[in-house]
Design a protein. Structure first.
Length: 57
């Protein structure tokens, strides 16, 4: 039996009740001069928590 990987889209905005976000990939482009293959978002939740999300889409 091998390890299986399943890709499931999760709506983090609904799951964590997000209120704002900032695209960090713009800063990577500004610093390195090249845009990353995957986007990075710094996301604020309604309860005050924050998290970083990798956006492959």
């Amino acid at each position: 039996m091998g390890i299986r990987s399943y890709s499931v889209a999760v709506n983090t905005h609904a799951m964590y009740r997000t209120v704002s976000y900032t695209h960090l990939d713009t800063f990577v482009d500004w610093v390195l001069g090249e845009f990353p293959d995957a986007g990075l978002n710094l996301i604020e939740c309604a309860d005050g928590r924050w998290f970083v999300e990798v956006d492959h889409g």
